[in-house]
Design a protein around this ligand. Structure first.
Ligand code: PGA
Length: 255
């Protein structure tokens, strides 16, 4: 179980799924399924159009709401874009930045990830910055490049306020989850990079999440790895029972 100084974190990334009515239904069911003894933070990131419904439905519960992307400018002539201050004003606390689908299909670069991460922090949002490899071999080169080029512009204090999600692209939506030992090695490697760049204290303050085919059946094995501080979950976060059962893994054992 994770070594970061914060409590563990489970993030649901709904991608382009669910409309406002389906969002309201999800929260109604989810609230009843999540155990009150759970000791992890829970963030759900629905599509932009569902944010208001999600913020209302989660008010007074342990669940916080995040967006899946933002523009780096506060406002301006950027048709179709949404800014950090707008997301914050909607009641969100988090935003995903640089998901591999955005890198692969929408031209997201390390430079835009870096600008968006700083913009999110400026807006008072916690960025969940995604890094990851495209192939099983030479993973460390891509991790180093993403890590240095996407996060190199942050101060130590800023780094300590972000969440990093390690998502090997081949594991996303494929059912081909990383073996716990493999994910654990990648997380140790990333923690080492963080320590070298930002120092031991900031490195421990930052939660490192694993993402890619996390399911109720494999989450416990991954969670046992010391450097995994939680999960970024897509497919399994769409179903209230499945997502609750992942979060419910963090119920402390009875004394
Ligand atoms: P998955 O997606 O859980 O469906 O594999 C993870 C992600 O893309 O964040």
């Amino acid at each position: 179980m994770g070594t970061a100084m914060h409590s563990p974190l489970v993030v649901g990334n709904w991608k382009m799924h669910k409309d406002p009515a389906e969002t309201a239904c999800f929260f109604k069911a989810f609230e009843a399924l999540i155990d009150s003894r759970v000791r992890c933070d829970v963030v759900i990131c629905p599509p932009f159009l569902d944010l208001e419904t999600a913020v209302d439905a989660s008010s007074g519960t342990r669940v916080q709401i995040g967006a899946q992307n933002l523009h780096w400018a506060k406002e301006g002539a950027y048709t179709g874009e949404i800014s950090g201050p707008m997301i914050r004003a909607c009641g969100c606390s988090h935003v995903i930045v640089g998901h591999s689908e955005r890198r692969r299909y929408f031209g997201e670069t390390n430079e835009s990830v870096s600008r968006k991460t700083l913009a999110a922090l400026d807006a008072g949002l916690t960025p969940i910055v995604c890094i990851g490899d495209f192939e099983k071999k030479n993973a460390s080169d891509v991790i180093v490049e993403h890590f240095r080029c996407s996060l190199g512009g942050l101060s130590v204090d800023q780094f300590a306020r972000i969440v990093v999600a390690y998502e090997p692209f081949w594991a996303i939506g494929s059912g081909d989850v990383a073996a716990p030992a493999m994910a654990g090695d990648a997380h140790r490697f990333i923690r080492g990079q963080a320590e070298a760049m930002f120092g031991a204290e900031a490195s421990k303050s930052t939660r490192l999440l694993y993402g890619g085919s996390v399911k109720p059946g494999n989450a416990a094995g991954l969670m046992a790895e010391s450097e995994i501080d939680g999960f970024l979950v897509d497919g399994a976060s769409l179903d209230p029972a499945g997502f609750a059962s992942i979060a419910n893994l963090w119920i402390p054992p009875a004394p």
